[in-house]
Design a protein around this ligand. Structure first.
Ligand code: G3I
Length: 345
């Protein structure tokens, strides 16, 4: 009888220790819990709130192991006047990241948007456009060599129907602006991981099929394309959300020889009519993290913002969007807690 009590007592103590240990572990930030999975957990970062909002800065430094400058490394920010590079704001973000041992993803070298006005005036044919683009890429990538671990080299180059987007770069140089951009970036920093980045490429559709075929052909020709960024700007009201289809796409990109990264995840709520919007949002954040953790070539899971009031969705679409892990006061939401449980177990 006494032996039975001793065994029971030991079992109770063991369970109590397990719960205590799990509770203590659960209180650790996202990046600590993700350490064992060899996945960067990141966020986009804006210069203003990082430097003047203590709540924003504390979350950014404590929770995340990789930062993506949300706007400070775009062409209109870095080269507002031809030949005059403004690195100060991006340098501040990079320096603070380095100070806290946080990795940096550069965003973005070549895009059809957020361009300074002079580009449209001076990129008038293939020769002038190539000169402008090569100069920009090599000045910026050289400046951040050894400080930026991965680059979104080309961003959002395809349309929904699988044709290439009509940008200044396509109009002047043609489709080869994409492989040229990767080659110029690699020349400037052979160590950096080079990604193509886009939205609505997380499942098979006309856009993602055209993108994958072109990137695969270029890669087979020796163009240094290391990975594909899936932005994951999701709408909680979208009935088509399918973890199965997303997992299949992660595996297809990996089988084609690409690293994959979730680069800009957010889950907007403004269109959702649900009794429990927080649960719907949490599940979508969580399912994508589960897929990333299951995919060996998924190196990164980055959300597009720290807190709801500092989000492109809230500022450019709807105050009801509330698409992120922390609310406007910096309080963690259900989605944040769900990610921690997935990382813990
Ligand atoms: O900071 C200024 C502010 O001082 C000024 O009063 C205000 C009004 O002009 O503009 C503010 O800058 C805006 C900035 O966001 C910060 O809010 C820019 O005009 C605006 O163009 C910029 O929009 C960014 C957008 O990309 C275009 O570059 C968003 O923040 C950013 O979240 C969004 O991110 C993109 C990715 O780069 C690519 N994938 C899609 C994603 C969402 O659109």
């Amino acid at each position: 009888m006494k032996k039975k009590w001793i065994i029971t007592g030991c079992a109770v103590v063991a369970v109590a220790l397990l719960i205590l240990g799990g509770t203590r572990m659960y209180q650790k930030p996202l990046k600590v819990l993700a350490d064992n999975d060899d996945v960067y957990i990141g966020s986009s970062i804006r210069y203003e709130p990082l430097t003047d909002n203590p709540v924003y800065r504390e979350i950014a430094v404590t929770e995340f192991s990789t930062w993506t400058p949300e706007n400070a490394m775009k062409m209109n920010a870095l080269q507002p006047v031809r030949g005059q590079f403004e690195f100060e704001e991006a340098d501040t973000i990079v320096a603070m990241a380095e100070e806290h041992g946080i990795r940096v993803r550069g965003h973005t070298l070549v895009w059809g948007e957020s361009l300074p006005g002079w580009v449209h005036e001076q990129a008038v044919d293939a020769a002038s456009a190539k000169q402008i683009l090569k100069e920009h890429i090599q000045q910026v990538v050289s400046h951040y060599r050894g400080k930026v671990d991965a680059w979104d080299v080309v961003n959002e180059a395809w349309n929904e129907d699988g044709t290439l987007r009509d940008t200044i770069w396509l109009r002047t140089i043609g489709p080869e602006y994409i492989p040229l951009a990767f080659q110029w970036t690699h020349e400037a920093d052979p160590e950096a991981e080079l990604y193509y980045n886009d939205f609505e490429n997380e499942v098979s559709n006309s856009k993602s099929e055209a993108m994958l075929q072109a990137l695969t052909e270029w890669k087979e020709q020796g163009v240094p394309i290391d990975g594909i960024g899936m932005q994951m700007h999701l709408d909680a009201a979208d009935p088509r959300f399918s973890p199965t289809a997303i997992e299949e796409q992660f595996n297809r990109f990996a089988e084609a020889g690409f690293l994959v990264a979730v680069t800009e995840m957010d889950v907007k709520l403004q269109n959702l009519h649900s009794d429990n919007p927080a649960e719907v949002q949490a599940r979508r954040f969580d399912k994508v993290l589960e897929i990333c953790l299951k995919t060996p070539s998924c190196r990164e899971y980055t959300v597009w913002g720290i807190k709801d009031d500092v989000s492109w969705v809230t500022q450019q679409e709807s105050p009801e969007g509330r698409p992120l892990l922390f609310d406007e006061l910096g309080e963690p939401k259900e989605a944040y807690h769900r990610l921690k449980r997935t990382l813990l177990f």
